[in-house]
Write a protein of this length. Structure first.
Length: 66
């Protein structure tokens, strides 16, 4: 490996790469829990939207026939 130590005050690109790789290696552990929580959000919104649409259609039908 090359000696990447420079004078003080300069960023070490190899150090940044190592930190990024450590971050990427740790990321899949946090991503496994996220899809389960995130998938219920859009489903709930979809169900609420469908129920609201049915209520609106029923109200319009009741007003038109009544």
């Amino acid at each position: 490996m090359a000696n990447n130590q420079g004078p003080q005050g300069t960023n070490d690109p190899a150090g940044s790469t190592q930190m990024f790789r450590a971050f990427v290696d740790d990321a899949p552990q946090t991503r496994q829990a996220a899809p389960a929580a995130a998938s219920s959000g859009p489903r709930i919104g979809l169900i609420v939207g469908i129920v609201a649409a049915v209520i609106v259609v029923a109200a319009v039908a009741w007003l038109a026939l009544g």
